[in-house]
Write a protein that binds this ligand. Structure first.
Ligand SMILES: Nc1ncnc2c1ncn2[C@@H]1O[C@H](COP(=O)(O)OP(=O)(O)OP(=O)(O)O)[C@@H](O)[C@H]1O
Length: 258
């Protein structure tokens, strides 16, 4: 039993975060299994981005624990959390606009190798990095755009590149913040397929407002309302949950079907 935590890819234990006197995250427990695909939904201001910031090391929690593959990561810096196997993409894209698709991906790969490498080792790893960047480019279907500068890609292609950079280091837990924001319906459905393909076998946490995406992509949904998890269950169970309906989802589903 002592090793129970290590069976989870990500575990939050009584996590709390206050800004000044205001408690924004109010005791969140969440256990995500390896390979599971979890969507985090909730009304504006519920604390979803704050939760991502706590998991990825941008903020230290006021109290409580965050465990990645059974190891405590709360209080660690974002790059340390990244090197331990958690990678996050942002609503605001992370790409270098004046570098090509290939160069962006290679940067992602090299960055993940980290400071532990000396310059000579770094050079020795360049071939591997080139090969990995090529693989990633194919995975995100941008191999025909290899030498195009990122700033000249379409918006959807930039988002695909962003996902490529996010998975470049081989992290096994991936956090995506509104991956389909700003996309058309047809771009969104293609992008969901792409996310599924490239994160196969990985643990995925997504903050998402688009209910179509949420119900299409997630194995389980965590409903965060006012800094607490109101429900954490399969899409069907969440859809049928009376408390969720009342607090949040009813209005969203009505809007969706209007
Ligand atoms: N650095 C900060 N300092 C003070 N208050 C903050 C800070 N970051 C977030 N908050 C507050 O915490 C609350 C939750 O914000 P958060 O961005 O986490 O919500 P959210 O669920 O991601 O919202 P949205 O869906 O609109 O992105 C908000 O009231 C916000 O004003």
């Amino acid at each position: 039993m002592s090793n129970a935590s290590s069976t989870y890819a990500l575990e939050l234990k009584n996590l709390r975060k206050s800004f000044g006197k205001t408690e924004i995250i109010r005791g969140i427990d969440l256990a995500v299994k390896p390979g599971e695909n979890v969507a985090i939904i909730g009304p504006n201001g519920a604390g979803k981005s704050t939760l991502f910031n706590l998991i990825s090391g941008r903020f230290a929690p006021t109290s409580g624990e965050v465990l990645l593959n059974g190891q405590r990561i709360d209080g660690k810096r974002p790059f340390e959390v990244n090197r331990l196997g958690l990678s996050r993409s942002f609503q605001i894209t992370n790409i270098f606009p004046k570098l090509s698709v290939f160069e962006n991906l290679r940067c992602g790969v090299l960055w993940s190798l980290g400071y532990k490498y000396t310059f000579l080792k770094f050079l020795a790893n360049l071939d591997d990095a080139n090969e990995r960047a090529d693989q990633l480019m194919k995975m995100i279907h941008l191999d025909k755009k290899r030498d195009v500068l990122a700033m000249n890609l379409t918006y959807a292609e930039q988002r695909a590149l962003e996902i490529g950079i996010t998975i470049a280091g081989g992290a096994n837990v991936i956090l995506l913040d509104e991956p389909t924001a700003g996309m058309s319906n047809s771009e969104t459905s293609r992008f969901i397929d792409l996310i599924r393909e490239v994160t196969m076998g990985k643990t995925l946490l997504t903050v998402e407002h688009d209910m179509g995406v949420v119900f299409g992509l997630a194995d389980r949904i965590a409903v965060v309302v006012y800094g607490e998890v109101l429900a954490f269950d399969t899409p069907e169970a969440v859809r049928a949950n009376a408390r969720v309906q009342e607090a949040y989802l009813g209005t969203m589903l009505e809007e969706e079907t209007e």
